[in-house]
Design a protein around this ligand. Structure first.
Ligand code: C2E
Ligand code: CA
Ligand code: CA
Ligand code: CA
Length: 276
């Protein structure tokens, strides 16, 4: 038994070593990626369910790895958060989003653009978030054209600093969306307190609405509640016509998902907007 225990331990530790090594490799690659500008933003249209026109888009980060190809954010955002690389990345995201908004305006169109802001970004010592408003003014853009998407968990354990920074942003006119709504510990009190403009119903609720009465009932309840509080609703992950129809009938305002369009590079979005 002792023998077994020993080999078991040896196996476990080599497994952990492998994990640590792959993490180190990813971190090294991530640092290089930042220096060599391997990140870019993709944009997924958000449409008005009533008119089916594009009114907004969400910026989603992509990593163009020289060997591995396009890497999705779930694979590197957590590490970027742990290692504070997220701050530089967050500035890049904001600057790129501004560039896109400027191009949209120059083409004579109007669109609101969502960016995802990590909770870690609110905790930095140097508050770069406070420079965003100035940065927009320099480009002759409005804070109202940017929607800050935060996950609903953010406020639950928020330090006073986080709360204050968020309040500053909304006071400057930035719009606010609560992402992945319904999945965490949302409190209705926070919704009001935070000057929220949108809730985003998570894909896992949308997935089931065509076959599951409970999922449909949940979506309907969230939409009704949001409207009663004066908020608008964006449903995520719409993949079928049935889901689109059911959400439209439930009074949902906006939709986002493969049924309308997948995330795409900047030029593709600009082209799509031309004949919107
Ligand atoms: P999220 O904010 O909930 O973004 C929505 C995700 O759902 C995106 O995945 C999008 O491509 C995907 N999606 C949209 N419609 C559909 C659909 O119809 N079907 C399916 N199967 N998926 C759909 P993505 O781009 O891989 O992003 C994953 C997560 O990574 C995001 O979830 C967000 O939490 C995070 N993320 C993405 N970009 C950024 C960023 O710039 N900054 C930060 N901090 N996080 C980001
Ligand atoms: Ca989001
Ligand atoms: Ca507002
Ligand atoms: Ca989401």
């Amino acid at each position: 038994a002792k023998q077994q225990g020993r080999s078991g331990y040896a196996f476990f530790s080599s497994d952990m070593r492998e994990q640590a090594e792959s993490r180190m490799r990813l971190l090294k690659d991530l640092r290089i990626a930042q220096q060599e500008h391997q990140f870019c933003l993709y944009y997924q249209p958000i449409i008005s369910l009533k008119t089916q026109k594009i009114e907004k888009a969400e910026a989603l980060i992509r990593w163009q790895h020289p060997e591995k190809g396009l890497i999705r954010p779930d694979e590197f955002i957590p590490l970027a958060e742990e290692t504070q690389l997220i701050h530089k990345m967050g500035e890049f995201i904001f600057t790129s989003a501004c560039d896109t908004l400027r191009k949209v305006k120059d083409s004579g169109k109007h669109m609101q653009l969502s960016i995802n802001v990590s909770p870690v970004q609110f905790t930095s010592k140097h508050c770069y978030l406070s420079k965003w408003h100035k940065q927009l003014q320099t480009l002759n853009l409005n804070a109202q054209d940017i929607v800050i998407e935060i996950t609903e968990g953010l406020m639950m354990n928020a330090q006073p600093r986080t709360q204050k920074r968020l309040t500053t942003l909304t006071a400057q006119g930035f719009a606010l969306a609560l992402d992945d709504f319904g999945t965490g510990y949302s409190s209705l009190a926070y919704l009001k307190q935070m000057d929220t403009d949108y809730i985003k119903i998570d894909k896992r609720f949308v997935d089931g609405i065509a076959d599951n009465q409970d999922d449909l009932a949940l979506c309907e309840a969230m939409i009704m509640m949001a409207h009663q509080l004066g908020l608008q609703v964006i449903a995520e992950g719409i993949e079928t016509y049935e889901q689109h129809e059911l959400l439209l009938q439930a009074g949902c305002d906006f939709g986002q998902g493969y049924y309308y369009a997948k995330p795409m590079p900047q030029e593709a979005l600009l082209t799509l907007l031309t004949d919107n």
